[in-house]
Design a protein around this ligand. Structure first.
Ligand code: SF4
Ligand code: SF4
Length: 360
């Protein structure tokens, strides 16, 4: 059944020109400027949706060429989606920027080299996370789900927690959701990850797919926009709340939480933070503002991004917590890398499982 979608996904990938009407619907009101973290630093309209859309309209009309300068502006966009939530026309900047990047990608070998490096890193990550997978006790469970661990899923913690809710976990070898390639405009590699997902899923079409990474969840849900079949994707936080699983830590821990931009529903996580015994949740200022993760761009644009890290780090310090929890592999890696050892950063599921006596 899913196999039949593969040729379809190959030919149905949208192009920038398909977004002509959306770009035209931008009223140039400038409201996106008030929420864009990058515009607040640069003050340059070319780094926020409004200015980017004007440039991209020029490209579609053939009045502008997709230059290195325009590509740099596209790279500066965090793909945080803050402007989309605020935009009166609801224009999806993340998709548009990715497809604009795809136009540049087709013409420049250096971009291909960058995504080759990203793919190698993703494969290494995937390999590391697939060593030593926890084998649950053999028993009869009430329910069975398929776990999408992605390239950096915290497999054992997720499996143990789901088992503790009497849910059996099937963990196929899915690999990455493709998001890091999508945002760099490498649509061909993105499609390969997407097709692999549906190919593997062919065997498990009757089960819910569960993930613990906000970015994986959002990306898997977005597949249908690119010709993929609709499947039931859930995150583990929904399961914990739906099962009214009251967790308890072994010792009192003061934590704060960084909300990933790709996490659409914070309510389930908030419920966990507020209902776990021995866990004191200290909300940091701007907990839902982007951490500045922007793939390899943050290396070439370090000066700009360091201002975002600095703001996030100040907010973490002021929260009074010594541990920062999050639910996206990318945010976790970025916060860890730029914490310079000042505080601990952990995936929320891994943290809870490591600090409690979860029964499986
Ligand atoms: S908020 Fe939306 S409509 Fe207004 S300028 Fe920005 S992209 Fe255009
Ligand atoms: S997605 Fe984020 S960084 Fe990009 S233009 Fe919108 S608000 Fe700015």
């Amino acid at each position: 059944m899913y196999l039949k979608t593969i040729p379809f996904t190959i030919f149905s990938m949208k192009r920038l020109a398909d977004y002509k009407d959306e770009l035209h619907s931008c009223s140039k009101c400038g409201l996106c400027q008030s929420v864009c973290p990058i515009y607040k630093i640069t003050g340059n309209d070319c780094t926020v949706s409004r200015g980017q859309f004007i440039m991209l309209q020029g490209i579609i009309k053939g009045e502008l060429k997709m230059s290195k300068t325009i590509n740099r502006y596209l790279d500066l966009c965090l793909k945080c989606g803050a402007c989309t939530k605020f935009c009166p026309s609801g224009i999806d900047v993340v998709d548009i920027v990715a497809l604009a990047k795809a136009e540049y990608f087709k013409l420049h070998k250096t971009e291909k080299l960058k995504t080759t490096v990203i793919k190698i890193l993703l494969n290494i990550l995937h390999f590391i996370h697939n060593i030593n997978i926890f084998k649950p006790k053999s028993k009869v469970y009430d329910k069975k789900v398929v776990y999408f661990a992605g390239c950096g899923g915290v497999q054992n913690s997720v499996i143990k927690l789901l088992n503790s809710m009497n849910i059996e976990v099937i963990s196929p070898n899915f690999s990455c959701c493709g998001f890091p390639l999508f945002v760099r405009g490498d649509m061909s590699s993105f499609k390969k990850y997407m097709d692999k997902f549906y190919f593997i899923l062919e065997k498990y079409s009757n089960y819910d797919i569960v993930t613990n990474c906000a970015t994986c969840e959002k990306t898997l849900k977005s597949y249908q926009k690119y010709g993929g079949k609709i499947v039931n994707i859930k995150n583990i936080f929904q399961y914990i709340r739906e099962n009214n699983l009251r967790l308890e830590l072994n010792n009192l821990q003061k934590v704060t939480f960084h909300k990933p931009c790709n996490l659409d529903n914070f309510e389930d996580i908030k419920w966990i933070l507020e209902n776990t015994k021995n866990l004191e949740y200290l909300e940091m200022k701007d907990f839902d503002k982007c951490c500045g993760l922007n793939g390899i761009t943050k290396l070439s644009e370090y000066k700009t991004f360091s201002k975002l890290f600095a703001a996030k780090h100040n907010n973490i310090a002021e929260s009074g917590a010594s541990i920062v929890l999050t639910s996206c592999l990318g945010c976790e890696a970025s916060l860890k890398l730029f914490s310079f050892g000042k505080y601990n950063v952990m995936d929320i599921i891994k943290f809870i499982e490591k600090n409690s006596n979860t029964k499986n």
